[in-house]
Design a protein around this ligand. Structure first.
Ligand code: UD1
Length: 429
């Protein structure tokens, strides 16, 4: 088990280049199963979730010995004949394996995989994925914890999402871009990662209209070709470091990040008293903070362009240091409040009332030991620890490696005192 040891109390100063986006890279990797010829993904983040996806698609893509791999140029992906049965254990531990359903239907014509596992952030059903694929003409059965789907070449169809779902839309897009006929999807997610997936597919030859709006139209094409593509910077990683600077005070410059993707986060940070300067032409954000924070009265998460659920735990950390109270409501994942319980262990003033968390800033936070309950909870606890004079240990930090290339390297670069530690697991003997 790995831990991070943080000795807080230092201002953050310096420049960081933000890694490529996890949530853009994963569906794009699945999309390469549909392409003829080699694809090279530049700036693909070197994170655990990308390696999980790589192992699965090397398995289904007929690439004995792994012809999909990181090289000096980027992540190279080339597939032979695609098989519809991804590795069972990998799918069980990796939530984003669910976005392979659409790509496998479109290439192998079938899939058989277990219900996906992954980060524990509340109920994460996949009913829209299944209903949506059925609406396009696929047969999907659920049997003994397995999902089994069949389809010949899809012939067109319509699906209206009951609620915008990023993963379900990715599946339907991947299922239909190489189908016959026309496809219409309504009440779609507008997240930048959807735009990135469509941008990638269009450059490879797909015919897609309406990305970034709530209505997407697709005309199926016969063939898609391998391309070179640069994965854009990760807005949640950038947002995490911006919130960290809000907590510690300081002056940081983030490069390789489109500020338009972070508008909701920037708006909230400005209300807390941070100064944020954006240079859209150069994909740069500068954040200045004197470390005196005012609480924003309420933060509610919502599908994009609303406040991202993946930034909510980091905002809880910031609120724990601010003057006043902040009510946080996660409207996307209704029970994503485990960070609150961990912050309490560090002395934060936290009240939960079922559907929301109220955090009142306090000067009495102290070091201690906390546990990363999931990826963003882990990141939130690390940035909270940066604001505490004294030592904090964050246990179970493997979760953080799912989405951050090296949070220790990045924060150390900005002047933090932070250390990875590998802890021997007790065997019980
Ligand atoms: C993706 C992101 C995740 C982010 C989330 C919301 C990836 C790999 N993960 O997750 O980081 O937090 O979007 O921005 O890109 N829902 C259903 N039925 C379904 C599908 C979803 O009820 O079949 C509900 C979910 O429970 C949730 C909401 O829809 O309440 C949105 O979830 P969704 O957008 O699907 O999240 P993911 O794609 O899993």
């Amino acid at each position: 088990m790995c831990e991070l040891e943080v000795r807080g109390g230092r201002r953050l100063e310096g420049t960081l280049v933000i890694q490529g986006s996890k949530n853009s890279a994963l569906p794009i990797m699945a999309a390469t199963l549909l392409l003829d010829g080699e694809t090279v993904l530049k700036d693909c983040p070197d994170i655990l979730d990308v390696h999980e996806m790589l192992a699965i698609i090397n398995g289904v893509g007929g690439c004995d010995g792994g012809s999909c791999r990181f090289t000096g140029e980027g992540l190279r992906l080339l597939h032979n004949k695609v098989d519809g049965v991804p590795d069972y254990e990998s799918c069980m531990r990796f939530r984003a394996s669910s976005i392979l359903m659409g790509a496998l239907l479109a290439t192998a014509g079938f899939f058989a995989m277990p219900y996906p596992g992954g980060c524990r952030i509340g109920r994460r059903p996949i009913d829209y994925h299944i209903e949506g694929l059925r609406a396009l003409g696929a047969e999907v059965e659920e049997k003994d914890g397995m999902l089994i789907g069949y389809a010949g070449r899809l012939k067109g169809g319509y699906y209206r999402f009951p609620y915008p779902s990023v993963g379900a839309l990715e599946n339907l897009i991947l299922a239909s871009v190489k189908g016959k006929g026309e496809y219409l999807f309504e009440n779609c997610s507008k997240e930048p990662e959807i735009v990135d997936l469509c941008d990638f597919l269009m450059r490879a030859g797909a015919d897609i209209e309406g990305t970034g709006t709530d209505t997407i139209r697709i005309k199926g094409v016969e063939k898609l070709n391998g391309i070179q593509y640069r994965v854009p910077g990760d807005r949640i990683v950038a947002g995490t470091y911006m919130a960290a600077c809000g907590i510690t005070g300081g002056n940081i410059r983030l490069r390789n990040i489109e500020s338009a993707r972070l508008e909701g986060v920037i708006e909230v940070l400005k209300k807390t008293g941070c100064h944020v300067f954006t240079d859209a032409g150069n994909d740069e954000i500068i954040i200045l903070s004197d470390g005196r924070r005012k609480a924003v009265s309420s933060i509610e998460t919502a599908p994009y362009p609303g406040f991202p659920t993946d930034m909510q735990p980091q905002m809880m950390a910031l609120a724990a240091f601010s003057t006043g109270s902040c009510r946080i409501v996660d409207k996307v994942f209704e029970s994503r409040y485990r960070t609150a319980e961990e912050l309490k262990k560090l002395g934060a003033d936290v009240r939960t009332d079922g559907g929301s968390v109220i955090i009142t800033g306090s000067e009495r936070l102290h070091g201690g030991a906390v546990r990363a309950a999931d990826l963003r909870c882990g990141a939130a606890l690390v940035i909270a620890a940066l604001g505490i004079y004294g030592k904090t240990i964050i246990e179970d930090c493997g979760y953080i490696m799912r989405g951050y290339e090296d949070i220790q390297r990045d924060l150390e670069e900005l002047g933090a005192d932070i250390l990875w530690r590998i802890k021997e697991e007790s065997t019980g003997n």
